[in-house]
Design a protein around this ligand. Structure first.
Ligand code: NAD
Ligand code: PPY
Length: 354
């Protein structure tokens, strides 16, 4: 996002803060409060510049608005980015505690306009720490009264999305397919395990050798991280970071479908059309990965029990089929189709059956 894009950003609110003592730059962006107070996780990462951090937060917050709308959850979209001076694992405990305290103060200043939760490099223990300073936190550990990690339910939702894609697009029985999981982290590991149980051949790539080794021990075949978009598979499952598929990668991706958990998988607006024109089924990430939001907002706002969360998570497959139907009927990419579905729901939110 350059300065012109930044000025054109259509979101509601940006809060930034710089902490000279740790060299940390904090960003909270609220994309929309049309459907309610904004929600979205806290991502801690290193960024090339403050502008990159602002741009990432804007894109991630936009994806949250779409995800919450398409899932019929009564909240708007937001996201936080904590731009770190060094990799997360190199921060000592006291510095990380200071960073979390400042972030919690920033959230608290917004008086509930924005609610956070876990995202890349933050977990339930960090949410517990934030909740010592502010109430506007989802995903605290279960022992502290929160819903705990959302990763298992995110994986459950992506699994439903893979099944729906295989069925709707006639890819065959899941157990006969080759599924390539990029990122054997919290979500990717659950998903790979569940997919292995179907008898499918599961390929895994992770930049962390220990995690790759763990995947190998479970029965996955390991491929180099650099080979994820050039290795043939039936379903490519991005579960690491975003911007994995740009238009040029989309033109040669040797997969029949892309269904993953990573937010903002497509690096540019044309990539979705290229996949569509090549007949590759692309499950928009903000539809496929909504299991985490259903878990957090379902349990903590709507007071759903586990069965109700599971029922709505199964519904991700049905929502995705609606997306594929709109795409087929209108001859548009699935990304465009999902945005249409989200905007229909933003304009006329359905009442949620519990
Ligand atoms: P995680 O940090 O636990 O796992 C990410 C994994 O990807 C790690 O094992 C990491 O080593 C690996 N990785 C990083 N870069 C890689 C690369 N270039 N190639 C291969 N592997 C790489 O994160 P997570 O909680 O599993 O989330 C995964 C993705 O799903 C993220 O993009 C996150 O925003 C998204 N997501 C997660 C949830 C959730 O509930 N956790 C919900 C919605 C979306
Ligand atoms: C995401 O789904 O990308 C998240 O950031 C998780 C989340 C969902 C809803 C509220 C807070 C965090």
């Amino acid at each position: 996002m350059d300065l012109a894009d930044e000025l054109r950003w259509g979101g509601e609110l940006t809060l930034t803060r710089h902490d000279p003592d740790t060299g940390t730059f904090f960003v909270i962006r609220v994309d929309s409060i049309r459907l309610g107070q904004a929600a979205g996780g806290t991502r801690a990462a290193q960024y090339a510049s403050h502008r990159h951090a602002l741009a990432d937060a804007a894109r991630l917050a936009g994806a949250m608005s779409l995800k919450l709308a398409v899932s019929n959850l009564p909240m708007g979209g937001g996201k936080s980015v904590i731009a770190l001076p060094v990799p997360r694992q190199d921060l000592d405990e006291a510095t990380w505690a200071r960073i979390l305290r400042l972030h919690a103060e920033n959230i608290d200043r917004l008086c509930g306009t924005y609610w956070t939760g876990p995202d890349v490099n933050t977990n339930s223990a960090d949410m517990d720490t934030l909740s010592e300073t502010t109430d506007f936190v989802f995903g605290r550990s279960i022992g502290r009264g929160g819903a705990g990690s959302s990763a298992l339910n995110t994986a459950a939702g992506v699994f439903e999305a893979i099944k729906a894609t295989a069925q709707f697009r006639g890819l065959g029985e899941l157990g006969d397919l080759t599924v390539l999981v990029q990122g054997f982290g919290e979500v990717g590991a659950h998903l790979a395990k569940r997919t292995l149980q179907t008898g499918a051949r599961v390929l895994v790539a992770d930049v962390d050798d220990e995690r790759a080794q763990w995947a190998r021990e479970l029965g996955c075949r390991i491929i180099p991280p650099a080979a994820v978009t050039t290795t043939s598979c039936d379903v490519f499952v991005p579960c690491a970071m975003g911007s994995v598929i740009d238009s040029s990668i989309a033109r040669q991706l040797p997969a029949r479908a892309v269904v993953g958990a990573a937010n903002n998988v497509l690096a540019d607006t044309d990539a979705g059309s290229v996949l569509h024109n090549r007949g590759i089924a692309y499950a928009p990430d903000f539809v496929a990965n909504a299991g985490g939001a259903l878990h957090l907002v379902g349990h903590e706002v709507l007071q759903w029990d586990a069965d109700t969360v599971a029922r709505h998570t199964k519904g991700i497959g049905d929502t995705l089929i609606q997306v594929y139907e709109i795409s087929a009927a209108q001859g548009i990419s699935t990304d465009e189709a999902a945005r249409i579905l989200a905007s229909r729901r933003t304009d006329a939110p359905e009442s949620l059956a519990v």
